[in-house]
Design a protein around this ligand. Structure first.
Ligand code: GAP
Length: 513
């Protein structure tokens, strides 16, 4: 089986080779953890956004979308708690001069016990074959139980230390566990310090007028501060939602793993405003709805799992992540949070403006409670790309790299090709493409042998290739080749539209969600 690190490297190099993702400002040797989306990446990203926006806004009459500015009044971030508490604990190794997130060092240490459990399970499965009962094995095997006790103990201690902002305790834990720097191999650590993740800049060019503002670290606050504007101008009634897609910025201490953790990234967030007391019902509703949206892509149910938060942020009364099995293992893809009335209440306090809704059925005013769904667009991109990239050995022994992207998300829906560059075939191919391109993003390709052209389209994930040959000139039929089965059918040119539409329409996904 392919190693996970190899898979990530393969995804990165495929993404670069075919114009999906490039290191940013590469001619100047790149900028750490910053990436540019290329010609195909921009299309894939746009299609993911369309899928999200259509599912959230178009399919829900009670949800509307906005596009708020990245810059916001500095008081916003005081009210939301980001100025005082949007920190990560960092620690430096004095020998390697490398910087780490102190909590992540401990989490990675805990992860080793999880790996031990996985290995025991694999051994058990081999030993007991078809009789293997994983649930019973996990509950009774002494090695597994020992590892699980260790995990529970360490997680409990870490959670208490983080909850109390006990930076000395965190350093003591790192020393006690004898965690060493992976580069220097030493445990020569500095003290742990808090590091605020917001990027600050100055507004205004005259020094006296300048004031510190922040690049938003989440899009959500643009929604909260517009709650009243949208509610009143859109005559919205509770429950209702406001959705937004946009850039967010965080000065991550350790930004790595390709586009998984970046300093500039995009979020797709929705705040759903509900009656106080009804929030946990809506929380369950959105948990279920969002995982269905992900699974409708057809990448495989096994890629997804929930991770319910045990330790909750001070403003939340329930929270869960939808995790995805990335090449680096299961990691957070989306967060679903029951944020109570914390944000609106704080904005009411800091702005002096009432952030309330008059509920005609209850005949009273209240600050609504909020359920938030927040998914990283770049993480969605990585999830889709890594699960779709496959290397297949064909019956004749040859290899092909295929990107079996969900057809609705593929950058090009169809490639139109003349069999040869003569006899009027290119003209006919262009004529067909000129009709199709009103509905579908198409690529025209006449260079190299048909086999090579098919491989190129497989590698970029184009669901269909249409080949125009001499028979086309006689009876107006073409062959259409399916990316996944590689089977070719001869069909009438007039049928192309409905065949392609049937495969690539977003409707196929939306009906499942
Ligand atoms: N408004 C809630 C919020 O921002 P979060 O869990 O900090 O919650 C939500 O972020 C989502 O944004 C995450 O699930 C992840 O998909 C994405 N995200 C967060 N930090 C990121 C980063 N540095 N790079 C890429 N995506 C990130």
């Amino acid at each position: 089986m392919e190693k996970r690190e190899d898979k990530l490297k393969e995804v990165i190099s495929h993404a670069k080779e075919y114009g999906y993702v490039f290191p940013s400002s590469e001619i100047y040797d790149g900028l750490a953890a910053t990436y540019d989306y290329g010609q195909l990446g921009a299309e894939l990203k746009k299609n993911i956004k369309d899928y999200w926006w259509t599912a959230m806004v178009q399919m829900h009459e009670e949800i509307v979308g906005i596009d708020a500015a990245i810059f916001m009044h500095p008081k916003t971030w005081k009210a939301s708690g980001h100025v005082d508490a949007f920190n990560d604990p960092l620690i430096d190794n004095k020998d390697s001069k490398k910087r780490y997130r102190a909590d992540v060092l401990v989490e990675e240490f805990i992860e080793k016990y999880r790996d031990k459990i996985k290995k025991e399970v694999e051994k058990g499965r081999k030993r007991f074959g078809a009789d293997f009962d994983e649930v019973q094995f996990l509950a009774t095997n002494p090695n597994v139980k020992r590892s699980q006790e260790k995990i529970d103990d360490l997680e409990d201690r870490l959670s208490k230390i983080l909850g109390a902002d006990d930076l000395e305790g965190l350093k003591a834990m790192i020393e006690e566990l004898n965690i060493v720097c992976p580069i220097s191999g030493t445990s020569n650590w500095t003290d742990v310090r808090q590091f605020n993740l917001m990027f600050a800049t100055e507004l205004g060019s005259v020094a006296g007028d300048a004031s510190t503002i922040y690049l938003r670290p989440e899009t959500a606050q643009g929604i909260f501060v517009n709650f009243l504007n949208v509610q009143k101008s859109g005559r919205m009634k509770i429950p209702f939602g406001i959705a937004q897609i946009g850039k967010a910025f965080r000065n991550e201490i350790v930004a790595r793993q390709f586009i998984f953790r970046m300093r500039e990234f995009e979020q797709m967030e929705m705040q759903y405003f509900v009656r106080p007391g009804e929030e946990l019902t809506w929380y369950e509703y959105w948990k279920d709805k969002r995982i269905k949206w992900h699974k409708a892509l057809g990448l495989g149910e096994e890629y997804y799992r929930y991770h319910d938060h045990i330790k909750l942020a001070h403003y939340a009364n329930a929270a869960a992540d939808i995790e995805f099995d990335f090449p680096m293992g299961y990691k957070e893809l989306e967060g679903i949070h029951s944020r109570t009335d914390f944000d609106l209440r704080k904005h009411e306090e800091f702005s002096g403006k009432k952030m309330q809704f008059f509920d005609p059925e209850l005949n009273k005013n209240y600050i609504p409670y909020v359920i938030e769904t927040s998914v990283g667009l770049d993480r969605m991109f990585l999830a889709v790309l890594s699960a779709s990239l496959k290397n297949e050995t064909l019956e004749d022994g040859s290899e092909r790299a295929v990107l079996s992207l969900p057809p609705a998300l593929a950058p090009y829906k169809v490639a139109v090709m003349p069999l040869t560059r003569k006899d009027g075939l290119p003209e006919k191919a262009r004529e067909i493409m000129n009709e199709l391109k009103f509905e579908f993003n198409c690529q025209y390709d006449e260079k190299d042998s048909p086999g090579k052209r098919y491989r190129r389209q497989d590698a970029i994930g184009t669901p269909y290739c249409v080949m125009v040959d001499h028979q086309t000139l006689e009876d107006n039929t073409v062959t259409i080749r399916d990316r996944d089965t590689m089977l070719q059918d001869r069909v009438k040119v007039d049928e192309l539209h409905s065949i392609i539409e049937g495969k690539v329409s977003l409707k196929n996904l939306l009906k499942l969600g």
